[in-house]
Design a protein around this ligand. Structure first.
Ligand SMILES: Nc1ncnc2c1ncn2[C@@H]1O[C@H](COP(=O)(O)OP(=O)(O)O)[C@@H](O)[C@H]1O
Ligand SMILES: [Mg+2]
Length: 599
């Protein structure tokens, strides 16, 4: 082994940069936090090329002296803590004194700064390893940090950056997290000369959320307030009926600092138990106030995670307070107690004799039921009656599909039966073939989408009377990032302004009912956010699969026998007619023996 050496500071800073500065959004975060720590009431963020060329943050805070303007780029230079005790009572954003040193190690920075009583401003230019160049310039009170050519000297890092839209999305995310915590501070964000946000100083959190995320978000929220001896909780949580499958807006803050916590997320979800369907998530903006001594914000380089002294207690208090809020707003109560007034359902045992002797009981069928909701669904035959049509038991066994059609008699008319638009019964030599229509459609769409995505051939489309849907900035970015893919799948979407999508066309097989379009966009966003960042090859298959499932559940219902026949023909033209892409059975045979067993 070589002998021990203390690392030169430039290398130490580059190593630290690897932890603190992951992407342009990290620079936005650190500079915005410094601006707020400096008491700014106006903070402007200017971005070029999603932060690759420029991240600039201009504030009207206290500014720095000429010597501090140089010193601030030194590692462990901080004005925020002086003693070990200070570390226990941190209320400022920064304190580690390494952000600026780290950023300077991987970029070129120009700082202009002036205090209120100084006549001139100081300009300092630093770049990796080089001596800082100082000069005297004129500039308003406050500080302006311009960070150029991020990662110019670390090509691996630069390569690791995602597309412009993804990087911009991260920037918007960081900007939002900080802007939410300081409603009284005015913020702007512009990208390539275009304004994304212009947030005036707001009277309260509510107005800030409205400016950031749109007025419709406000209507979906209720106040949460509560206090215990160790913890104060405030903010907003979403009404249960506004919970979505799309990952909405979930924010935790502790003592004014954003943090993420899968653990406390569970506490919130627990409060919503039985109020929202599985797989749905409410939005929330939850602020925790707690004695700074009882948390450790120093466990994560960018302070994105927090350690609570007693996290299970925080879990319980938070969950109880959210539950209480929901109960007070009678969402919970109505679900817990309303069963008293629900008319009693007839029990089969008691009423069965009335049905006997009448014509075959019509299977009860829940139109809301979507067999594709749960991927781990049990086969039709073993599902208890209720949601499913009560078909006779279909034995689960392998069928020889290749020989299926050999002995079908030639028919002049369509020799088939459509049941509830959902199943097609088709006579075959050995009995009756039952085709699950949504699954058949899923297979057909999967094949089609996979081909559309692989070749540059979009699937056919129907034009709609344009439908406008309000989204937030991030959702719009997600749609535009994947616009090429969506076009191939047959969608015609246009983004207007920062937060509107106009739906001009949808794939041919989709239901053009305008009432369903908004939910469809929600589903698309959900799929893109989950699958959009996987490797291209895997993504193609997954996207084809997810959109096939979506398309099948969104399809117009099957009415005519001609359509049914066409569906069967197309299905059996597929190489894998028997299974969906997710491996579920499409076709079953009800054999003569099965039928005989019924009697
Ligand atoms: N926008 C700003 N206005 C005034 N002072 C600043 C500003 N940004 C940074 N500083 C000074 O530079 C120091 C170092 O900043 P930084 O490297 O982010 O470390 P930290 O925020 O952890 O103290 C801060 O403690 C502060 O004194
Ligand atoms: Mg800082």
């Amino acid at each position: 082994m070589k002998s021990l050496k203390v690392l030169p500071s430039q290398i130490a800073n580059m190593i630290a940069a690897g932890e603190v500065v992951l992407r342009p959004a990290s620079v936005v975060k650190e500079l915005m936090e410094n601006a707020i720590d400096a008491g700014a009431t106006q903070v402007n963020v200017i971005i070029t090329d999603s932060g690759r060329s420029l991240v600039q943050v201009i504030d009207n805070g206290v500014g720095m002296s000429p010597s501090d303007a140089v010193l601030c780029f030194e590692r462990h230079a901080t004005s925020k803590i002086a003693t070990a005790e200070d570390l226990q009572e941190i209320l400022s954003y920064g304190f580690r004194g390494e952000a600026l040193a780290s950023i300077a190690a991987v970029s070129e920075i120009t700082l202009k700064t002036r205090r209120a009583n100084d006549e001139t401003a100081t300009q300092v230019r630093v770049s990796a390893g080089a001596q800082a160049k100082t000069s005297s310039v004129s500039a308003p009170v406050g500080s302006s940090f311009a960070v150029r050519d991020l990662f110019y000297n670390t090509p691996a890092r630069r390569k690791f950056l995602k597309s412009d839209t993804v990087e911009l999305k991260h920037i918007v995310e960081e900007f939002t997290r900080i802007a939410i915590t300081r409603p009284e501070v005015a913020f702007t964000l512009s990208s390539n000369g275009k304004e994304i946000f212009s947030l005036k100083s707001a009277k309260s959190l509510k107005y800030r959320i409205q400016d950031l995320l749109g007025a419709s978000m406000i209507g979906e929220l209720v106040d949460v307030q509560g206090e215990s001896s160790i913890l104060k909780v405030s903010g907003f949580v979403g009404k249960p009926d506004s919970a979505r499958k799309t990952p909405g807006k979930q924010y935790f803050f502790v003592n004014g600092r954003y943090f993420r916590s899968p653990y406390l997320h569970k506490a919130v979800m627990k409060a919503y138990e039985e109020m929202i369907p599985e797989g749905y998530t409410p939005s929330y903006f939850i602020f925790l106030d707690i004695d700074p001594k009882s948390i450790d914000v120093n466990i994560h380089p960018t302070k994105a995670e927090i350690k609570f002294e007693d996290d299970s207690l925080v879990f319980q208090i938070l969950s109880a307070m959210v539950r209480e809020t929901l109960g007070r707003n009678s969402f919970g109560a109505s679900i817990d107690f309303d069963t008293e007034n629900v008319p009693e359902l007839p029990e089969l045992g008691r009423n069965f004799s009335e049905y006997r002797g009448l014509s075959t009981p019509t299977p009860t069928f829940n139109p809301e039921f979507n067999p594709f909701d749960s991927p781990s669904e049990t086969p039709v035959s073993t599902k208890p009656s209720g949601g499913y049509p009560s078909y006779p038991r279909i034995p689960d066994r392998e069928e020889d599909y290749s020989r299926l059609f050999e002995d079908i008699p030639v028919q002049k008319e369509y020799n088939l039966l459509i049941v509830k638009g959902k199943y097609i019964l088709y006579p075959v030599a050995s009995g009756i073939m039952v085709v699950n229509v949504p699954r058949a459609r899923e297979r057909i769409l999967y094949d089609k989408y996979l081909q559309a995505l692989a070749a540059d051939e979009p699937v056919s489309q129907v034009a709609l009377f344009p439908i406008q849907i309000e989204l937030d900035v991030e959702q719009c970015l997600l749609l535009s990032e994947h616009s090429g893919l969506l076009t191939k799948l047959g969608f015609d979407l246009a983004i207007e302004g920062q937060n509107t999508v106009v739906v001009n066309g949808i794939p041919e097989s989709y239901n053009p009912d305008s009432g369903k379009i908004e939910a469809m966009i929600g589903d698309i966003l959900y799929i893109l956010s989950e699958e959009g960042s996987s490797l291209p090859e895997i993504m193609r298959q997954r996207i084809a699969q997810r959109f096939a499932t979506l398309g099948a559940s969104n399809a117009v219902s099957l009415v005519t026998k001609a359509e049914a026949q066409q569906l069967i023909d197309t299905l059996f033209a597929s190489e894998h007619a028997e299974l969906t892409a997710s491996g579920r059975k499409i076709v079953s045979i009800l054999s003569v023996e099965d039928i005989e067993k019924l009697f």
